[in-house]
Design a protein. Structure first.
Length: 160
């Protein structure tokens, strides 16, 4: 693993960083740029449809980057021997944060899918409830966690 990392370090680190940027940046763009625009759509049903479609697109973009993030994190933890080092706590904290974010992402995807079905079935109240939880709590939580994980990663990269 160390040989692969040594030879391709710049690429692996780049893929890791860009993956975090796409994941966290995508959520920031959705929450603070797209969401306010959606709120200007007067028809509740149309607004929910647009939010659902935008979230689906975001999740489709983000998922491959989430996978790449975990793969590159694994490679770097092994290559830097972080698990057995004095920095193991930071590495494990970062792993835990990304894991919680991933679980939250899966729950968001399930909620969005439930909302989409509710929209099709005409159950606007259910759709609003499901999408509201995503926008109000889950996306902001992942943004905060992602920023913390990126900070920890920046700290670790400054050491190595």
């Amino acid at each position: 693993m160390s040989e692969i990392f040594t030879e391709y370090k710049a690429y692996i680190v780049f893929i890791h960083v860009i993956s975090a940027v796409v994941w966290v940046g995508g959520m920031i763009a959705m929450r603070y740029a797209a969401h306010p625009s959606f709120m200007k759509i007067e028809s509740s049903e149309q607004r929910l449809e647009h939010i659902s479609i935008a979230l689906k697109r975001l999740f489709l973009i983000v998922l491959p980057f989430v996978v790449l993030l975990f793969i590159t994190a694994f490679i770097m933890i092994k290559a830097y021997s972080l698990s057995g080092s004095e920095y193991a706590g930071f590495a494990h904290a970062k792993e835990a944060i990304w894991s919680v974010m991933f679980i939250n992402l899966i729950v968001m995807i399930k909620r969005r899918n439930r909302a989409e079905k509710a929209i099709v079935d005409g159950d606007i109240a259910l759709a609003k409830s499901q999408l509201g939880l995503i926008g109000k709590y889950q996306v902001p939580a992942n943004i905060v966690l992602g920023v913390i994980a990126i900070f920890i990663g920046s700290y670790l990269s400054s050491i190595f």
